[in-house]
Write a protein that binds this ligand. Sequence first.
Ligand SMILES: [Zn+2]
Length: 156
Amino acid sequence: MEDRVRDIEQAPTPARMLMRGAIKRCPNCGARGLFTNWFRMAERCPTCDYRFEREEGFFLGAYVMNLAIAQGLVMLLAVVPTIVLLNADADASLVPAMVGGLIGAVLAPLFFYPFSKTLWVAIELTLRPVDETEPSDVRPGRPERTESAAAVRPVR
Ligand SMILES: [Zn+2]
């Protein structure tokens, strides 16, 4: 109840929502603990009850964002070093560039995975705020949720 009151009093600005998303917090209320492990995000915010996946395929944007980051890192850490190394010395070892490629293509997407999801939730919430046309189970602020996803309880 206290969190709900705080949410109403301080409606998050787009910048605040994006900052919260960038640090793996709920963009709507700023709560932590959205992940049960590095790769498993809760369906709903444990504090404000906002349902993160607003529609089927919602997180495609997060995957695309993660892919773009990975490709950018591969360019910076593998492709550019390869060009520079081979331009300076045709017999240069490419091990540093290969390590850079491994970091950019494998480790970085694993690291950014949860951040990309919360950041995508924030981007979506910024560009497309929840309104009355949204299915009722998406809207935040139902801390006493019942088993029925469509049930909405009035706030006491
Ligand atoms: Zn929340």
